[in-house]
Ligand binder design. Structure first.
Ligand code: Z5A
Ligand code: MG
Length: 212
């Protein structure tokens, strides 16, 4: 059977090192000769992404439902690109995905089930790695407080909802693995590689859909 690329999502709280680790993972996959594409959500370069960017920087205000739908629409803008890449044998890494969408909006008080709905049928990852870090350790890394949501109490409630999501999607068949992101960069990189390496040569079977 012809293999397709693996779809790997890296999630986590603010400052847990998602962008650092997604870049390192891309470099490791490329060094192993695996065609790889790295996508970051929100993708602030599109028209929708620019509305999100302005909201996050508190330059504009939007109803909670509206911003939730924009984050989801921003993923749908790239859904067919992700599918094409995977089908052509490219491994796709996403820096945040639909799980962030639910965690942040539900922690603002929107109904959990409502938050899941707009992402139904998006490509589902073959592996979701959740970078776990305490809000205290994240805060110590600096840079907190520059954008909306970057407050300790918000991060705490987001963390709780991420745990609910992890338990739920794991029971639905999506592989969700928690990685201790409080370690040194190299250690986290190694831990991530251990989980990704078995998928690096490609994955058999069709691309699955959210929510399985
Ligand atoms: N959001 C949403 O509400 N709904 C959605 O659907 C989506 C997102 C997709 C912007 O996201 C906001 O959008 C976010 C969620 C919401 N709000 N919050 N909070 P973003 O992804 O653009 O956020 P960001 O500004 O890129 O921050 P970040 O992603 O949270 O940071 P990070 O990528 O996890 O961390 P990093 O940039 O790799 O590292 C942070 C610092 O720590 C940096 O100085 C590193 O050098 C350092 N670092 C990294 N690793 C280590 C280790 N191991 N040890 C010590 N220091 C380290
Ligand atoms: Mg980041």
């Amino acid at each position: 059977m012809v293999k397709r690329g693996a779809f790997i999502v890296i999630e986590g709280l603010d400052r847990s090192g998602k962008s650092t680790q997604t870049s390192l993972l891309r470099a490791n996959l490329e060094a192993a000769g695996i065609p790889t594409e790295l996508i970051k959500f929100p993708d602030r370069t599109t028209a929708i992404g620019q509305m999100i960017d302005s909201y996050l920087k508190s330059q504009s205000d939007l109803d909670d439902h509206v911003i939730h739908l924009l984050f989801s629409a921003n993923r749908w803008e790239l859904a067919s690109t992700i599918e094409k890449l995977l089908t052509s044998g490219t491994t796709v890494i996403c820096d945040r995905y639909a799980f962030s969408g639910i965690a942040f909006s539900a922690s603002k008080g929107l109904p959990y089930e409502w938050c899941r709905a707009p992402d139904v049928s998006l490509p589902a990852p073959d592996l979701a790695l959740f970078l776990q870090i305490t809000p205290e350790a994240a805060k110590a890394r600096g840079g907190y407080g520059e954008e909306r949501y970057e407050r300790e109490e918000m991060q705490r409630s987001v963390g709780e909802i991420f745990h609910r999501i992890g338990a739920e999607i794991a029971s639905e068949g999506v592989r969700w693995v928690a990685v201790d992101a409080g370690h040194e960069r190299d250690q986290v990189e190694e831990d991530i590689w251990m989980f990704v390496k078995p998928l690096a040569q490609g994955v058999e079977g069709p691309i699955r859909r959210l929510w399985p």
